[in-house]
Design a protein around this ligand. Structure first.
Ligand code: SF4
Length: 326
């Protein structure tokens, strides 16, 4: 990373944020995967269509590159609620997963390390062992039925939801950290009585510490996916178990996010690379003013770097494919 009088001249390739996450608070994202490399191609994915659908673990980037960027960002010991392995693909596909988790827990044990995963590789004993070093692991489950699973996630053809659930059950048995289960709710697809009964049984088997109900918040890969209403989420929560289940709220408090070795334009661009956002989202997550965000978006638009799309909460901005390194 080039530096000049302590000022970063390049946006880090693997680190983004911190952003104010609905689920994790102030979260520094770590992306181990090339854009849209995933074992799924979820109809609700906010990053668009999967371009490399795979279940083969690979050395996408040297772990040392990620670790160097992390060292640089964490040197000032910023306040963070979580360092989160996430991004625009499935992090367990990366062979850097284990080394990066081990590095953070060895050198920065004061931080909570979370992993957001679709859970599909938890069938692999090596993946389970690497994840077991993290403080918090958050896999996703939407259905116990293969047909619904395929409709929602359009997974790699070798993936079977029964085996994935069994992988989560095995992981729970060996894992003493916090296992949170995300249940993504799509009205009409996984909200029938049969679907919810199946999900309730799977949750009992997996025995997570916490269940979070989530729903669409940003423009999805497929236009037919709809967000669940608050009433629908309440109903699903009641069927699945009520008090132990958190409905992830849609409203966020005003951010106290700070900048991490990057100027305002880089911060906005790094956020948009991973997460389509409205102006309001960007104000909240970056701590910049509305005027500053609008000015930066104007520059990026004139440069042909961003695209915009209308969603339920307003106009969402995203970096155009191929423009993320500029
Ligand atoms: S939502 Fe997650 S698991 Fe699904 S396609 Fe997108 S990156 Fe992959």
């Amino acid at each position: 990373m080039q530096r000049d009088n302590g000022v970063c001249l390049m946006t880090p390739r693997h680190i983004f944020g911190p952003v104010l996450s609905r689920r994790l608070g102030l979260s520094l994202g770590v992306d181990l995967i090339p854009f849209k490399t995933c074992s799924y191609d979820c109809a609700y994915c906010e990053c668009g269509t999967t371009t490399d659908k795979t279940i083969t673990r690979q050395d996408f980037f040297p772990a040392e590159h990620v670790i160097t960027e992390l060292r640089d960002v964490l040197a000032s010991h910023p306040h963070l609620d979580s360092i989160t392995l996430a991004g625009s693909g499935e992090p367990t596909l990366s062979r850097s997963l284990g080394p990066v988790i081990a590095f953070v827990k060895r050198e920065y044990p004061e931080y909570t390390l979370s992993v957001l995963t679709n859970g599909s590789l938890m069938t692999d004993e090596n993946v389970r062992e690497e994840l077991a070093v993290a403080d918090r692991v958050i896999p996703t489950l939407t259905s116990v039925f293969q047909e619904t699973f395929e409709r929602i996630h359009r997974p790699h053809p070798l993936l079977r939801i029964e085996a994935i659930i069994e992988g989560m059950v095995q992981f729970r048995k060996m894992y003493s950290g916090a296992l949170w289960l995300e249940v993504f709710v799509i009205p009409g697809l996984n909200t029938t009585a049969e679907e919810l009964t199946g999900l309730k049984g799977a949750i009992e088997r997996i025995n997570p510490d916490h269940v979070q109900l989530n729903t669409l918040d940003r423009p999805p890969a497929e236009g037919w996916v709809e967000a669940a209403t608050d009433a629908e989420l309440e109903r699903v929560s009641a069927v699945l178990g009520g008090s132990g289940i958190e409905i992830v709220g849609r409203k966020l408090p005003v951010s106290h996010a700070m900048k991490v070795n990057t100027d305002a334009g880089d911060l906005v661009r790094a956020t948009l690379c991973r997460r389509p956002s409205t102006v309001e989202d960007l104000v909240r997550t970056t701590g910049l003013s509305g005027g500053e965000v609008a000015k930066i978006l104007g520059v990026l638009e004139r440069a042909g770097t961003v695209t915009s799309k209308r969603g339920a909460r307003g106009v969402f901005y995203a970096i155009l494919p191929g423009k993320d390194d500029q």
